[in-house]
Design a binder for this molecule. Structure first.
Ligand code: IPM
Ligand code: MG
Length: 365
């Protein structure tokens, strides 16, 4: 039996609470599916900064690199906001992404039927949304050089960030998106700003070229401003949205909010098997942040972390059956009326982090 090594980087705020429930789910899956996992914990983010002076200590990076997959909770909090950019908790995320080469970020947005009324949009607009944002994660304006703030001779300051993409960077993330689309509704919308930004005109051209090998998939292109509008107007038109780092950051938050339950959404960051379903190393984390206001109170919703574990089983370990089992258990528990505070409505049953995790484990069993 293969033993999968999983690095558990729980991080800050509610990170440790939700990650604990996610690990518990994996321990159950281990028994029911006959799999074997080995967990190794390491500090990351503000917690790591407090312990070592660095948000991503070398030892943590080493553990992450030696694992088959990384589970990440959340990083950041008001305590560390005054720190210099170079040691902010968020740097740990960017460091892990680039050091592990996690260039493809998958952010699904699906609507859970029992929670449909939690959205600010009309039921008929969002019912049945099932889309996936594929965001390029290790390039673009997040990493481009030159960057920084400098002084001009006249005493003014000048800030620069640079949007850079190479053919290879675009090709590899486009391939992930096309492979993914093949297992879905076979529709990709590539999002750029090719009418203004040359680097994204290259994006459009390269994606069009990659499409030649995937003629069974339908490809269309949208400018990012139009896409953000279409997402609100008629989100059901989308299957896979493929886009650059910064646009993906923004559009994935918008897509998450459509569902009315950002606390429920998982994500995967992959480093490049050409078949998206094949085993490869990746990092899995909830889309929500560290929620410092409710940290340590046992109130946080562990579902995003638990669904992240399901993505890990699917994309890193090629265990789609086990992943489906978790997804079904989550749906079942919601159907039964279990709700953490963030998704609570009259007439449902309010539970804490631990109870929610336990209910899901029980369902899996
Ligand atoms: C995200 C976050 C990060 C990003 C921050 C925390 C660096 O917003 O994962 O979407 O901008 O990528
Ligand atoms: Mg973001």
């Amino acid at each position: 039996m293969t033993t999968y090594k999983i690095a558990v980087l729980a991080g800050d705020g509610i990170g440790p609470e939700v990650t604990k429930e996610a690990v518990n789910v994996l321990k159950i899956i281990q028994k029911t599916e006959g799999l074997s996992f080995e967990f190794e914990e390491a500090p990351v983010g503000g917690t790591a900064y407090d312990q070592t002076g660095k948000p991503l200590p070398e030892s943590t990076l080493r553990i992450a690199k030696q694992s088959d997959a990384v589970l990440l909770g959340a990083v950041g909090g008001p305590k560390w906001e005054p720190l210099d950019y170079s040691v902010r908790p968020e740097r740990a995320l960017l460091g892990l992404r680039s050091e592990l080469g996690l260039f493809a970020n998958l952010r699904p947005a699906t609507v859970f039927e029992p929670l449909i009324d939690a959205s600010t949009l009309k039921r008929e607009v969002i019912q049945g949304i099932d889309l996936m944002v594929v965001r390029e994660l290790t390039g673009g304006i997040y990493f481009g050089k030159p960057r920084g703030v400098s002084k001009l001779p006249n005493g003014e300051e000048k800030g620069i960030n640079t949007l850079v993409y190479t053919t290879r960077e675009i090709e590899r993330v486009a391939k992930v998106a096309f492979e993914l689309a093949r297992g879905r509704r076979k529709k990709i919308t590539s999002v750029d700003k090719a009418n203004v930004l040359e680097a994204t005109e290259l994006w459009r051209n390269v994606v069009t070229k990659v499409h030649q090998n995937y003629s069974d998939v339908e490809l269309s292109h949208l400018y990012v401003d139009n896409c953000s509008m279409q997402l609100i107007r008629n989100p059901k038109q989308f299957d896979v949205i493929l886009t650059s780092n910064l646009f993906g950051d923004i559009l994935s938050d918008e897509a998450a909010m459509l569902t009315g339950s950002i606390g429920m959404l998982p994500s995967a960051s992959l480093n490049g098997s050409s078949r998206a379903e094949a085993a490869c190393r990746g990092m899995y984390e909830p889309v929500h942040g560290s929620a410092p206001d409710i940290a340590g109170k046992g109130l946080a919703n562990p579902i995003a972390a638990i669904l992240s574990v399901a993505m890990c089983l699917k994309y890193s370990f090629n265990q789609s059956q086990a992943a489906k089992k978790i997804e079904r258990a989550v749906a079942e528990v919601l159907e039964k009326g279990y709700r953490t505070a963030d998704i609570f409505t009259e007439g449902t049953r309010k539970v804490g982090t631990k109870e929610m995790g336990e209910a899901i484990c029980k369902e899996i069993r």
